[in-house]
Design a protein around this ligand. Structure first.
Ligand SMILES: *Cc1c(COP(=O)(O)O)cnc(C)c1O
Length: 477
């Protein structure tokens, strides 16, 4: 009998493995069924390796104490599968509101609210005074109306949902007038023409890509028109020979014909961002004051809060949206409402906002402050990543992201890592390096640019968070 067959025969049974002390304690921690499943999988893998003539597995199993070796493997597999798949990462991409990394980080106050409400029943849609069914939007409405001057507010899953609900409610089977210069695509699959179609509204384009005049809208109004719409071109800019029509004129034209005027603002600024060195952005209040009947915007772009779409404006129109069955499909849960409300409350005191709201804290950091942090981290990086890699501090530009203010770059600083000049396999080294940072117990996400690995430190609150991870890189790169 060859050694492979004898090894196959010697493989311990599932039950005997489950009796080993290490797997007994694993069963207490992770559950017996979970451990059993991994025992079966590890045994099946070993059987396959042996049958396929895997010499490595043979040598390994011929060592003493096969059951210990196998239970060790099982333990590793159990622990690995217990690591949460959704976890915190450190965003050093240089994009502050990174859609794939969850956009805005929430302030402490919002996290506290989430924590205290998550495990409890709460009055999300229950009126504590009357003991009857309440209004889910009421909690946020008061605060939002105070900040924007809107009459009423309703909250849905995200701004894409907000636009969908507005169009479906106010312009189903009707025409929506919109400038050809505003048929935007916002990453993913949000494209104005596609959303119109999904909402069963008919797109009626007016003007041209670069120039649209009030007269274009005026000539397009007809018996089938449902509303006039303006979409903030938040993620691109048309420059040169251009013309577009402002909110005030569009609002007046719509009112003249008894039509609602809707403005999709996208990023949704609530306050003055110029204090943070950003260019002027229309605020929700200014658009409503200019005469918009309805404004839609995101909760997690320039507002710096949680994923949500906010529809603000005329009370009678908001009532119609709330009566639309789609609202039920698009509504948000108690946790979203709680987090959003806490973020809005921070806006009561604009002076302390940059301290308390992570998004504003990130964008208001000076280049000098970020550079100093990079200089402080440099020696530890050089020491850990050692010879073979060149590590420097460099100036860079961060961007806001999520399609907000695309042209405005924030002066920043980064740690830049690259293979020593002339090193072989530089490209593989670089992707290996990026992968090693992603494999850290708290993954660190940077970006590869021009043959170098960049870690823009703008969104790094605590240097220690990064320093503490460095030792894990020692045997990785
Ligand atoms: C970002 C954006 C959207 C989509 O908002 P989400 O919150 O990402 O769904 C829609 N319209 C405009 C103008 C935007 O900028």
């Amino acid at each position: 009998m060859n050694s492979r067959q004898s090894l196959l025969r010697q493989l311990p049974s599932v039950d005997s493995l489950l009796l080993t002390p290490s797997l007994q304690s694993a069963a207490t921690e992770f559950g017996l069924d979970e451990v059993k499943q991994h025992v079966r999988q590890v045994l099946a893998d070993l059987r396959n390796s042996l049958r396929n003539g895997d010499a490595g597995a043979e040598v390994e199993l011929q060592k003493d104490n096969m059951p210990d070796l196998i239970s060790q493997r099982v333990l590793q597999a159990v622990q690995l599968s217990a690591v949460p798949v959704l976890r915190p990462v450190i965003n050093l991409t240089g994009t502050v509101l990174h859609t794939n990394l969850g956009r805005a980080r929430l302030p402490e106050q919002a996290c506290q609210a989430l924590y205290s409400l998550a495990a409890q029943a709460c009055n999300v849609e229950y009126d504590l005074e009357t003991g009857k069914r309440g209004d889910r939007d009421k909690h946020v409405q008061q605060e939002m109306c105070r900040l924007t001057g809107a009459q009423a507010v309703t909250v849905v899953n995200n701004n894409a949902a907000a636009v969908l609900l507005v169009l479906n409610t106010l312009a189903r089977d009707k025409e929506v007038l919109i400038s050809r210069g505003e048929l935007v695509e916002i990453g993913g699959s949000f494209r104005i023409p596609a959303v119109m179609e999904a909402a069963q509204a008919c797109l009626h384009e007016v003007g041209t890509t670069n120039r649209t005049h009030l007269q274009d809208y005026r000539e397009a109004v007809n018996a089938a028109t449902g509303l006039v719409m303006k979409v903030h071109t938040s993620n691109y800019a048309v420059q040169g020979f251009t013309a577009s029509v402002g909110e005030q004129e569009l609002a007046a034209l719509a009112a003249e014909h008894g039509l609602p005027f809707v403005s999709d603002l996208g990023s949704g600024t609530l306050g003055d961002l110029q204090r943070f060195g950003l260019p002027p952005e229309p605020t929700v209040r200014s658009v409503l004051e200019a005469g918009a009947d309805i404004v839609t915007f995101s909760g997690d772009k320039l507002l710096g809060g949680v994923q949500a779409g906010i529809i603000a404006g005329r009370a009678d129109l908001i009532e119609r949206m709330k009566a639309n069955p789609l609202k039920r499909a698009l509504r948000v849960d108690k946790l979203t409402l709680a987090a959003l409300l806490e973020v809005l409350k921070l806006y009561r005191d604009p002076q302390s906002l940059p301290e308390k709201l992570p998004f504003l804290r990130d964008i208001s950091r000076s280049q000098q402050n970020i550079r100093e942090q990079a200089e402080q981290l440099l020696p530890a990086f050089r020491k850990t990543l050692g010879p073979g890699l060149v590590i420097e501090v460099r100036e860079t530009s961060s961007q806001i992201g999520s399609g907000a203010l695309p042209l405005d770059l924030l002066p920043s600083a980064a740690l830049v890592i690259k293979p020593e000049p002339g090193a072989t396999g530089s490209d593989a080294k670089l992707t290996g390096l990026a992968a090693a940072f992603r494999k850290l117990s708290t993954p660190v996400i940077g970006r590869i640019h021009d043959g170098e690995f960049w870690l823009d430190l703008r969104c790094l609150d605590e240097s220690e968070a990064l320093l503490d991870l460095l030792p894990e890189l020692l045997d990785q790169v």
